[in-house]
Write a new protein. Structure first.
Length: 299
């Protein structure tokens, strides 16, 4: 019997969503962090428009506290695929007095990204921002529609969401509004990893086990770096770790791991009993941390 190519229904749904964005909106953009989810979105967008190039730019809101490996990967990917990349920096928002640098034990620039993002949306008049959020990540994410409308101030109202029946996506918006679009909303973390494995997608080395200088605090593994606040008594150790989710190094915890191949990462995820958001330090600030950030315009 000849081999039969079985279509991936989640891939097909995501490609359909991305094509709908291109059809319904005038100035879409793909929010790119250099993490596995946004990398997966790039591959899906490639497939959606092949053999043409991806017809919208990538936008990276750079905190200047990103992992160096992520920035190197970002620039290599953009050059390799011939993509347009827009970078806007949180440091500029700080210098302009629009946001204030946090200080102390749990200081991070992660929440400051919101202002920089909203300014970029206004600067380029983006009407649709494609993001890699998934419903399985966190309970506030589970409330999102695939086309999630934001008001004139970039704010999200969970009580004013449109129905999405029979995969019908309504991109009609009023002047000043924009839409956050989540093509892999129905995927799980395991779905993403299995897709990366099947497609043999290159990802940053941070996702694989490697030796790194870290310190332990509150049961989490923090990166030892000049940008990450550390108490004098918090000892720096060299451990073999990897990252399940990649963001600003001030809010992204590592996990002890020996998984250094895609196969071993997939097997590790299958046996994990903890959500990947369990490694996001910024989610620990309060029970409603993610929802509060989304209400003021976060990704």
């Amino acid at each position: 019997m000849s081999n039969i190519l079985i279509p991936n229904p989640k891939e097909a749904e995501s490609i359909h969503i991305i094509r709908e964005v291109a059809a319904q909106f005038e100035r879409p953009v793909l929010l790119f962090s250099g993490g596995k989810d946004s990398i997966t979105l790039v591959r899906l967008a490639q497939k959606a428009f092949y053999p043409a190039r991806i017809p919208f730019p990538l936008l990276h809101v750079d905190t200047d506290h990103n992992f160096p490996e992520t920035i190197v990967f970002r620039d290599q990917l953009v050059e390799e695929l011939g993509l347009e990349l827009i970078v806007r920096k949180v440091q500029d928002s700080i210098d302009q007095g629009k946001v204030r640098e946090e200080k102390g034990k749990y200081s991070s620039r992660n929440t400051l990204q919101t202002t920089t993002l909203l300014d970029a949306i206004e600067e380029f008049k983006f009407d649709a921002c494609i993001g890699g959020a998934r419903r399985d990540e966190e309970k506030a994410r589970a409330k999102e529609r695939i086309f999630s409308v934001r008001d004139d101030f970039g704010q999200w109202d969970e009580k004013n969401q449109r129905p999405e029946l029979f995969d019908m996506l309504n991109g009609r918006i009023h002047q000043g509004q924009n839409v956050r679009v989540f093509p892999i909303s129905n995927w799980t973390e395991l779905d993403v990893w299995e897709y990366i494995k099947t497609e043999n997608i290159r990802i940053p080395s941070l996702y694989f086990a490697h030796k790194r200088e870290v310190f332990f605090r509150d049961g989490m593994i923090w990166t030892a770096n000049e940008h990450v606040y550390r108490e004098p008594h918090e000892e720096v150790l060299e451990e073999t770790v990897r990252f399940r989710t990649v963001g600003d190094m001030t809010c992204t915890a590592a996990v002890l791991s020996t998984a250094d191949t895609l196969d071993s990462v997939v097997e590790e995820i299958k046996s994990s009993t903890i959500s990947e958001r369990g490694a996001r330090i910024d989610d620990k600030r309060s029970e409603a941390a993610m929802e509060n950030r989304k209400k003021v315009g976060y990704f």
